[in-house]
Ligand binder design. Structure first.
Ligand code: PLP
Length: 489
């Protein structure tokens, strides 16, 4: 473990990381307004730069360096073949403004991905434009709004959102101009169907439901919930963040869902977070196709099929520059082709098995408030440990000492001291057993030496950070040591 201080100021006057070839063209004056003496760029050697960035990368946890059971985020391993495909010059070096004829391969790939996603989920069409799950949600709810406007049904002012939902669901509904009405969960972790029956009505535009839900449970009331909302003339939006649990097993479109987003950066193994950008395609049923964002890729049949852009007649417009994050489309397409239909089903079966294995082996040490067979993740609670002064956050920090990324903590909000654990299908039995051993050890420590857990992490380069300050006063900007305010502009 490194102990020397983090050295950030490496610049030494006159040091260079590049050797420029001799000038073989006439020297020219650079336009004066483009040159600033006051811009002190760091002067560093190549090895300084490489070591600096490699070192920084190692201060953080990554799915390539360790287990990452961050519930609801599906931090599965990202196969490197996805990266190879995305870097093929025919994909990486094209421009979105090129003529359709010159990018037929890219269009065919996007059409293929749209079609695969539609087939896997049971929807009639898919747009690839949204850049993330939350963006997909907004796109979906704007489609719903446009649909109601087009049929003159203007009295629908509310969106129903279960209390277990991710915060992006109510935020989306509010951004789209709807009043958010919360639906409680029942004792088994399903949407409370009696309450839903009371709340649904002629003012309901949509129910935004997550299934499997954020407790990691299949909603046993899903059929009835969909029936109730449709009977009242509303639409059903499924937050598809947890799609990794049901690939090849259940199709939300077949259940009656009208709209769903996919998180390619969860289910379909494209990089996440700092490794992003993401992609949140949206699938819709046939009655909503005219409202999709444009343009979408269309296949034109012929001796040789061709592909072209098409605008849906009543499109809500564009919701991303050009066509979305195309590099992510290539990665997800590669992943789907590599696995095939049977492989996709196996992904979900293995993800569900791994989560149930962890739940079964940890529930004697950690409370599991909704103790029934889980899907691809489960929610435990640190309530028992809290009595000894050890909170979910302390357990999360202690896990870092063992090279394990913490689970999601304090979400969903309806579970006290929540620890939301999602192992994914890409971990070996040895890794799962290691995690179990570590979690059991932390439970022992919480009983025997709670202050030690409370002070964790002990082995990481940085110890416990002030997370509120890090969020509120985020400072990502390097400013040279001797710079004046003018030089920092
Ligand atoms: C259940 C659920 N819905 C929506 C989202 C939002 O997805 P994104 O982070 O891609 O915007 C998340 C993200 O973690 C989620 O877990």
């Amino acid at each position: 473990m490194r102990t020397e201080p983090l050295i950030f100021e490496l610049s030494k006057s006159g040091r260079q990381g590049v050797s420029m070839p001799p000038l073989d063209v006439p020297e020219a004056e650079l336009p004066a307004d483009l040159c600033r003496d006051s811009l002190p760029l760091p002067e560093v050697s190549e090895v300084d730069v490489i070591r600096h960035y490699t070192r920084l990368s190692q201060f953080n946890h990554a799915v390539d360096t360790g287990f990452y059971p961050l519930g609801s985020c599906t931090m599965k391993y990202n196969p490197k073949i996805n990266e190879l495909a995305a870097r093929l010059p025919g994909f990486a070096q094209i421009h979105p403004l090129q003529d359709e004829e010159t990018v037929q391969g890219a269009l065919e790939l996007m059409y293929g991905l749209q079609s695969y996603l539609a087939e896997i989920s049971g929807f009639d069409a898919v747009t690839l434009q949204p850049a993330a799950g939350a963006h997909g949600e907004l796109t979906g709810i704007l489609i719903a709004r446009a649909y109601f406007e087009s049929i003159g049904d203007t009295g629908r002012t509310t969106v129903l959102v279960p209390d277990s939902a991710h915060g992006t669901n109510p935020a989306t509904a509010a951004m789209a101009g709807y009043k958010v009405v919360t639906v409680p969960s029942d004792k088994s972790g399903n949407v409370d169907i009696d309450k839903l029956r009371e709340l649904v009505g002629p003012d309901t535009a949509a129910l935004m439901i997550t299934n499997p839900n954020t407790l990691g449970l299949w909603d046993e009331n899903i059929d009835e919930a969909i029936r109730l909302v449709h009977k009242a003339g509303g639409l059903v939006y499924n937050d598809g963040a947890n799609f990794n649990a049901i690939l090849g097993i259940a199709r939300p479109g077949d259940l009656g869902v009208d709209i769903m987003h996919f998180n390619l950066h969860k289910t379909f193994s494209t990089p996440h977070g700092g490794g992003g950008p993401g992609a949140g395609p949206v699938g819709v049923k046939s009655h909503l196709i005219p409202f999709m964002p444009g343009p979408v890729v269309e296949r034109v049949e012929g001796e040789e099929p061709t592909f072209r852009w098409k605008w849906p007649e009543k499109s809500i417009g564009k919701i991303h520059s050009f066509h979305g994050n195309f590099g992510m489309h290539v990665r997800a397409y590669t992943y789907i082709r590599m696995h095939g239909a049977e492989g996709l089903r196996q992904i979900s079966e293995d993800a569900v098995l791994a989560a149930n294995y962890l739940q079964a082996r940890l529930k004697d040490r950690y409370e599991v408030p909704y103790d029934r067979r889980c899907m691809h993740e489960f929610v435990a609670s640190a309530n028992r440990q809290k009595k000894r002064g050890v909170r979910a956050l302390d357990i999360a920090k202690r896990l870092l000492d063992f090279g394990v990324h913490p689970p999601t903590v304090y979400f969903p909000l309806i579970v006290d001291e929540a620890l939301m654990i999602e192992p994914t299908e890409t971990e070996s039995i040895e890794t799962l057993d290691y995690f179990i051993d570590v979690m059991r050890q932390i439970a022992d420590e919480a009983e025997q030496k709670p202050e030690f857990v409370h002070a964790a992490p002990h082995n990481t380069f940085f110890k416990r950070l002030d997370e509120v300050r890090a969020n509120r006063q985020l400072n990502l900007r390097w400013v040279p040591e001797e710079s004046t305010p003018a030089a920092a502009d």
